[in-house]
Write a protein that binds this ligand. Structure first.
Ligand SMILES: *Cc1c(COP(=O)(O)O)cnc(C)c1O
Length: 225
């Protein structure tokens, strides 16, 4: 094309999905084994709307407050939306999170497990829970230490949380693949089905290494300013 128009978000979505499916195929996996979560944090409803119009239904936010402002009205119109919380969760926001989200990707400490269990009882809602692992053992990152994972999973299961998988954000600026492989190994060892891993720069690698959901923001929406 002589003058290429900027891609619409729907075209970008189709491109990301194609890459994801190709990566899944290389690993002998089925495309429908991998949920593409569009991370819409910081982006306004006007940026989200075209994805909804294109039929996309899986979204993620990292702040309860921001999600509570953006999503209830959209969900009235698109009741089949699946909303994921991918950021750190304070225990005092557990009830709001349980009321709003279909899955929570940052379960990383006993006090939060207790708060979520109480919130699920109070709300009579049971979002899928992913236990976040500090896979690169980085002091500034959320997630439980690898050595604590077994005990935390036991605690989550005993508290009645629906444990759907493990989640991690590998260290920045190094090859992510070994960390994805390690997370997959931990999931096997602890008999956890889901793997939430892979972001804009590495979702294809994550798909090849067993991700069941990838969390993609920038590659879909552009930068967050
Ligand atoms: C923001 C965020 C993402 C998306 O990151 P991109 O690099 O923009 O794709 C994924 N996971 C978590 C936990 C995030 O906070």
């Amino acid at each position: 094309m002589a003058h290429s128009e900027p891609l619409t978000v729907a075209q970008t979505l189709a491109d990301v999905r194609t890459r994801l499916d190709r990566a899944a195929g290389l690993a002998g996996r089925q495309p429908n084994e991998i949920e593409l979560i569009a991370i819409s944090k910081t982006h306004p409803v006007e940026a989200i709307q075209p994805l909804l119009t294109a039929g996309h239904r899986s979204f993620g936010e990292n702040r309860v407050q921001e999600a509570a402002e953006k999503w209830p009205a959209l969900r009235d119109r698109y009741p089949d939306v699946r909303l994921h919380l991918v950021g750190q969760l304070q225990s005092n926001k557990a009830r709001d999170a349980v009321a709003l989200f279909d899955s929570i990707h940052a379960v990383d400490r006993p006090s939060l497990i207790t708060a979520l269990a109480a919130a699920m009882k109070a709300e009579d809602r049971r979002p899928d829970c992913f236990v976040q692992v500090n896979i690169g053992d980085e002091p500034q990152k959320g997630g439980c230490a690898i050595v604590d994972l077994g005990a935390l999973l036991t605690r989550a299961r005993e508290a009645g949380l629906p444990v759907a998988g493990l989640m991690a954000v590998p260290p920045a600026d190094v090859e992510a693949a070994p960390y994805f492989a390690l997370l997959a190994e931990l999931a096997r060892r602890h008999d956890v089905p889901g793997l939430s891993m892979g972001m804009s720069s590495d979702y294809e690698t994550a798909a090849m290494l067993g991700a069941t959901c990838v969390r993609v923001g920038t590659a879909l929406f552009g930068g967050r300013g």
